[in-house]
Design a protein around this ligand. Structure first.
Ligand SMILES: [Zn+2]
Length: 132
């Protein structure tokens, strides 16, 4: 799962919108932060915001990016992660070398666990043999 997916899983649109100061009424409408208006025409859905006034459609990441004029979507991910204490590890994208290194480590661990299990079994059997 990418950090983008993790963030989208971790918080919903309403939490983000309210967290950043939007007032959402009972109908799930709020004043659109992307155009000037007096009556709410932006609708908050679980995963995104849609404005019937200016046609803006944004999920939590593009919403945050636009609200704070952030350069890249990853900057919005970092901001959401910090502001809402999501504890998502946001790093740079791993290189192919890092990915294969990671896979190797997992395989090595599996092999070790297999060996350990086998070793215990041998030891166990041996103990029983000794007792007899
Ligand atoms: Zn709008």
């Amino acid at each position: 799962m990418t950090v983008f997916e993790q963030v989208r899983e971790a918080i919903d649109m309403r939490t983000v919108a309210e967290g950043y100061g939007l007032h959402i009424d009972r109908a799930g409408m709020c004043l659109c932060p992307f155009h000037t208006e007096k009556t709410p025409s932006a609708k908050i859905y679980p995963k995104n915001l849609y404005c019937f006034g200016c046609g803006t459609s944004a999920d939590i990441i593009s919403f945050t990016q636009r609200m704070f004029n952030l350069e890249k979507p990853i900057d919005a991910v970092k901001k959401l992660n910090e502001d809402f204490g999501l504890h998502i590890v946001v790093g740079e994208a791993p290189t192919t070398a890092e990915v294969s290194e990671y896979r190797k480590r997992i395989e090595a661990r599996r092999a070790y666990e297999q060996w350990e299990k086998q070793a215990w079994k041998t030891l166990h059997d041996y103990l029983w043999l000794m007792r007899e």
